[in-house]
Design a protein around this ligand. Structure first.
Ligand code: SF4
Ligand code: SF4
Length: 141
């Protein structure tokens, strides 16, 4: 394919005076659509522990850990790396405990740890994490 030098130079000079078509992301961010499916959040207040969300998740991205079923104390483990953002869990929860943020969508990370999120009461999450680190320690021994 022959490129005409004159045409190329004309295009180059023209582009120097044009407004760039690219955006200065992340310095400038576009508003996100209201229904964008970003990070999943869990509200434990009305959760019955039915586990329907977990069973319906096609990616095995959710685990509901029971702390005290009688007192409805659970911890939800959410694996962002597995989530396909299908929203099936959101639609199937009869108690509207789950929602997907339209704001939190920049989920890339350079390490694995930010991809596993635990939701629940702070003391419950702490006890689960302590248990997991203890189990990991025992396995390593
Ligand atoms: S489907 Fe809803 S109520 Fe049932 S365990 Fe999941 S979040 Fe809780
Ligand atoms: S959005 Fe889809 S893939 Fe992600 S946790 Fe819910 S059901 Fe699973």
């Amino acid at each position: 394919m022959k490129i005409k030098i004159g045409t190329m130079l004309r295009d180059t000079v023209r582009s120097l005076f044009r407004k760039p078509v690219t955006e200065l992301y992340p310095a400038e961010r576009q508003a996100t659509p209201e229904r964008l499916r970003g990070q999943l959040y869990w509200n434990p207040e009305k959760c019955t522990g039915c586990c329907l969300c977990m069973k319906d998740c096609p990616s095995n991205a959710l685990e509901l850990i029971t702390i005290d079923k009688a007192n409805k104390r659970f911890v939800m483990r959410y694996d962002i790396g597995r989530c396909t953002f299908c929203a099936q869990c959101v639609q199937n929860c009869r108690f509207n405990c789950l929602e997907m943020s339209s704001e939190d969508w920049e989920l890339a990370a350079t390490t694995k740890s930010p991809f596993t999120v635990y939701y629940g009461r702070d003391d419950d999450v702490e006890s689960i994490l302590a248990h997991l680190s203890g189990a990991g320690h025992q396995e390593a021994e």
